[in-house]
Write a protein that binds this ligand. Structure first.
Ligand code: G3H
Ligand code: 13P
Ligand code: ZN
Length: 309
């Protein structure tokens, strides 16, 4: 199967499950994710950040994805630009064969975000590519965000409707309390489900996206720390909350931190237990396996996306 856009994936998933969007940076990460998707018979989104493009190179990533598609043509795969910072990068990715791009104008004033997003949508749609926009800002690690701070940073439901109508975006990333990285909450994890419900009710059937959705699996944090890491007070989004979001109109759940932790925990453990080894294949093989097992767990138990081909 050639690369697809997420349009059909999201139509099928809406209200029932979410498609996993996993950040990719190198061959082992792509292989681990793709083996998991194949075994779970799940559609998958491989997303590439500006940092990943800089690290690996867009052409390398596209060729690796091409190889993965050739090995298992049965899995619908999207290649997506994660947090596109400007029109030019979105254009380069579209011209380079990506089937989906995110334009992240969330830090811009509302009208500027609309204008930039609309420009990307026009370019993308003319070439059969879909676009994710973002409205609202992801929270930091502040404990209980107070109501007025929430209103300033979390996605405003009425603005979301206006944003979708005026830009023509295909999906929308919303801010309801998640954040990027390993330190998402200081106290008890909380997401604003009432806000999600409101946005979904005002935009029926429209695919919503949750960034910053790693669960920060404690077993990987513990393993990193056991073998020399110093990752203190890490906390992610509880699995139960993600399962719930997947039934409420969130069709795409973004995961990067959990991939980093799975890979690093495995490599730390391997090198600590076999200090005489120095062949990268020795430690990258189990790291790739750790990614695969973690992604299988997500697809099956968190996203509810197994057997969805
Ligand atoms: O949202 C950010 C993703 O985790 C990608 O991170 O920009 O370091 O590649 P990165
Ligand atoms: P995490 O840091 O929670 O994995 O979020 C990744 C993300 O949102 C990528 O866009
Ligand atoms: Zn993100």
């Amino acid at each position: 199967m050639p690369l697809v856009t997420s349009a059909e994936m999201f139509r099928k998933a809406y209200g029932k499950y979410a498609v996993g969007a996993f950040n990719v940076n190198n061959m082992e990460i792509i292989q681990g994710i793709m083996s998991a998707a194949s075994e779970e018979k799940s559609p998958v989104i491989l997303q590439v950040s500006s940092g990943a493009r800089k690290y690996a190179g867009q052409v390398y990533i596209m060729k690796l994805v091409e190889a993965a598609l050739a090995l298992d043509p049965s899995i619908p795969v999207v290649v997506h630009l994660d947090h596109g910072p400007n029109f030019e990068m979105c254009r380069d990715c579209i011209d380079g064969g990506f089937t989906s791009v995110m334009i992240d104008g969330s830090k811009l004033p509302f009208e500027e975000n609309i204008a930039l997003t609309k420009k990307v949508v026009e370019y993308a749609h003319a070439r059969g590519v879909v676009v994710e926009g973002e409205l609202g800002r992801l929270a930091g690690v502040e404990d209980a965000v107070n109501v007025s701070a929430k209103d300033a940073t979390y996605t405003d439901p009425d603005q979301a409707v206006e944003f979708v109508k005026r830009t023509g975006v295909d999906s929308l990333a919303i801010a309801i309390g998640t954040s990027h990285g390993a330190y998402k909450f200081k106290g008890e994890p909380k997401l604003d489900f009432a806000r999600l419900e409101k946005i979904a009710s005002l935009l029926p059937g429209f695919p919503l996206v949750l960034h910053g959705a790693s669960t920060v699996l404690p077993e990987f944090v513990a393993k990193c720390n056991q073998y020399g890491g110093q990752i203190k007070d890490a906390q992610g989004v509880p699995e139960e909350m993600l399962r719930k979001a997947g039934t409420m109109g969130v069709c795409k759940i973004n995961i990067d931190t959990d991939l980093r932790l799975a890979m690093t925990a495995s490599i730390r453990e391997y090198l600590a237990l076999a200090p005489e080894k120095f062949d990268p294949r020795d430690y990258l093989r189990p790291a790739r396996e750790a990614i695969k097992n973690m992604v299988k767990h997500k697809i099956r138990n968190v996203l509810n996306a197994s057997n969805r081909l």
